[in-house]
Design a protein around this ligand. Structure first.
Ligand code: NAD
Length: 397
């Protein structure tokens, strides 16, 4: 089948298997060129491992630390002439390349929030590893069915207390628009916390611990975001911010509980990046495009793989203690939050209009980054060729 991108709003409904494989290869090449991480973990479980920050965490674990990896994700295989999702092709390519490098890799496609998925992983760890050294929690989901109550919660991206209006970008037309969002109800806040807060992370760690599957010195990390004043009403002070507060409080609780094992639970506050989930947050893509241009000009822009390599090499497994800020968080957004970067982004945002948008926002660059998430736009891939779409995970064969 010849595959072209089909974009609907902030999502591309097709994905290219060869492009996704190229995307993985570029991440592996980056990690190899940076060099091995000496003190890294040897058995890593990544939850939310198929795209974005979780995928890069799996690549750095395997190709930077030489770890065996298990990855959990929720993706769709190809069916009835439809391509699979990008995360599926990423995972197939990741497993193939891990196999070539003699690295253990096993993937689990299904709902990480369910007890059944946790049980499947527990059985695999018991059988193949005995214990886990590190769990990376990187799930971003629009909904969660609670494993105990069966209740379905949906996450919403809304301000709290009052409505919020600001500039945003329509990704279909590349035009500026004013967007207004009404305040969230208490029920919407609670549901967003259920989906994107820390409860499921805690369930995973407890489940592994109850089965005696945590190594001595076990570490677990979940990803959060802070962001500047500019995005505060919709992010940190909005529904998603409440969920992140809950995730961060969960880290403190887990950290306390892991002391007996000499272990730790960390929050890594990562930088804003174009991923499938983040493109869906109102106002945020416009902030990204302004931010990226300024960070690039200052020589401090990083991609997912660069962020995560630095997280592992310079923070988590640097051979000494993990550097934390005054709230106990790892800060990978240190360069995004540099005062001169934020000052310029703020000024650029304030004076942004249709006529200066092209020069300030590099929209073609944003589109390129976005399409690459789905395997499009890689120069070594022939997009006119017929390709097989029905690929299987090597670990399932
Ligand atoms: P992403 O959309 O690229 O990845 C989400 C992952 O979660 C995918 O692997 C997907 O398959 C998996 N997933 C979703 N629902 C699932 C389910 N029910 N069961 C199993 N797996 C499921 O997202 P991302 O942007 O990499 O975000 C990952 C984490 O990083 C989130 O907590 C996010 O808030 C945080 N973060 C993101 C940014 C950013 O700008 N992208 C910045 C800082 C922190």
């Amino acid at each position: 089948m010849v595959i072209n991108p089909k974009i609907r709003g902030f999502i591309c409904t097709t994905a290219h298997p060869l492009g996704c494989a190229q995307y993985i290869q570029e991440q592996i090449d980056y990690v190899r060129q940076k060099g091995a991480i000496k003190n890294g973990p040897k058995r890593v479980l990544v939850i939310g491992a198929s795209t974005g920050y979780g995928l890069s965490s799996r690549v750095v674990s395997a190709f930077g630390c030489g770890s065996a990896t298990m990855g959990v994700f929720f993706e769709r295989e190809a069916e009835n002439g439809r391509t699979a999702t990008a995360g599926w092709y990423n995972s197939v390519a990741f497993e193939q390349k891990a196999k070539e490098a003699n690295l253990y890799a096993k993937s689990f496609n299904g709902d990480a929030f369910s007890d059944e998925m946790k049980q499947r992983v527990v059985e695999a760890v018991k059988r193949d590893w005995r214990t886990v050294d590190c769990v990376i929690y990187s799930v971003a989901s629009p909904r969660r069915q609670h494993p105990k109550t069966g209740m379905l919660a949906k996450s919403v991206l809304k301000p709290i207390g009052r409505s919020y209006s600001n500039k945003s970008i329509d990704l279909n037309t590349s035009q500026l628009e004013m967007v207004s969002l009404p305040p969230a109800t208490d029920e919407e806040i609670a549901q967003t916390i259920s989906v994107m807060g820390g409860e499921d992370w805690e369930f995973w760690v407890h489940c592994l611990r109850e089965n005696n599957l945590l190594s001595k010195g076990f570490q677990t990390v979940a990803y959060s975001y802070m962001g500047p004043e500019l995005t505060r009403p919709i992010y940190r002070q909005g529904t998603i911010g409440r969920a992140k507060d809950h995730l961060e409080a969960t880290a403190k609780k887990l950290d306390e509980q892991l002391k007996a094992l000499g272990g730790h639970a960390f929050i890594s506050v990562n930088k804003a990046l174009v991923t499938q989930s983040s493109s869906a947050i109102p106002f945020i893509p416009l902030y990204f495009v302004l931010l990226k241009k300024i960070m690039k000009e200052k020589g401090v822009e990083e991609s997912c793989i660069e962020q995560i390599y630095r997280l592992f090499a310079a923070r988590l497994y640097n051979g000494s203690s993990v550097p934390l800020d005054k709230n106990g968080f790892i800060r990978m957004d240190d360069w995004e939050m540099l005062p001169d970067v934020q000052l310029e982004v703020g000024k650029s945002w304030e004076t942004l209009n249709e006529s200066n948008l092209p020069e300030r926002a590099n929209l073609p660059g944003f589109r390129e980054d976005f399409l690459k998430l789905f395997g499009f736009g890689f120069k070594d891939v022939d997009y006119n060729s017929d390709v097989a779409v029905d690929l299987k995970l090597p670990s399932s064969l």
